[in-house]
Design a protein around this ligand. Sequence first.
Ligand code: ZN
Length: 257
Amino acid sequence: MRLILRIALLSVFTVAALSAHAQLEKLFAPYDCRVHSELTIDEPITDTLSIVSTQALAIEEPELTIVMDTVNAWQNWRTIKNYTFGKDRGDMPMIVELDALHPYFRDKITQLIKTCKGQGIELAVVESYRTHAKQHEYKSMGSKYTRSGAGKSKHQYGLAVDLVPIVDSVAVWDNIALWKKIGVTGEKLGLRWGGRWKKPYDPGHFEWTGGVTTAQLSKGLQPNISKDLYPCMEEDLRILQRYWKEWELSQSSFARK
Ligand SMILES: [Zn+2]
C-alpha cells in the first residue's frame, strides 16, 4: 500500500514538473541564454507542484527539474530597508539585486566587486535598479540626494548602481582614499564614477550607458552591445523591462500607503 502511494505521488510529481516546465519554456525564452548559475532556481514553480513535491520529497527525493524563472523572478529580488547602511534613503525599500541591472552593466559591476575583493575591499550594494516612484522620493528629499527627477536617473534604466565599502561589518562612507581606489578600479573597467562629480559628490555611484544619453534612454534607445558577447540581449531586456514595470506598480502602491 505504502509503495503504491509512493509510486503514485512520484509519478504525479514528474508529470506536473514536466508539464510546468514545458509550459514555461513555451511561454518565455530563458532570461539569459548564456549559462549563469545565479539565474537558475530549483524552487517549485506552481502551487500544484509545490504541494505534490513537498509530499513526494517527504518520502523520497526525486530529481528536481532546474528551470530558469522568467515569470516571477522580480518578486525575489533582494531589497534593503532605510538606514541599512546607516544613511537616510527614504521610506521605500531599495532594490539591491544585481540581476535587476542591464545584463552588460551587471557583469561589469560583478567584475568591479570581484576585483575590489581581490584588493581586500568588500563592497555592498546599496541600490541597483530604481523605480520612478523611488526616484521621485529622492527628489522630494532634496538636492543632497539627487538633482534628477523621475525618468532622469541611469538607475531607472538598470545602468547605474550605488555601492559602499564595508570595513569590520560597518559601511564606510567617508574614507576618501578608499573611495578613490574603488573609483579608479571602476573607471579601469570603463565605468563612469560619481566620485568625480561635485554636485552631488557621489563616490558610491557607478554608471555606464555606452554613450547613450538619458533623454535617448527615456525614448527607449539602448546601448549597442555586441551580439557575439550577448546573443540574447534583446530578449533579456524585454523580460527585465517587464520586471521593472512590476516593480513600478508595486512601489507606486507603496507610495500611496
Ligand atoms: Zn546612484
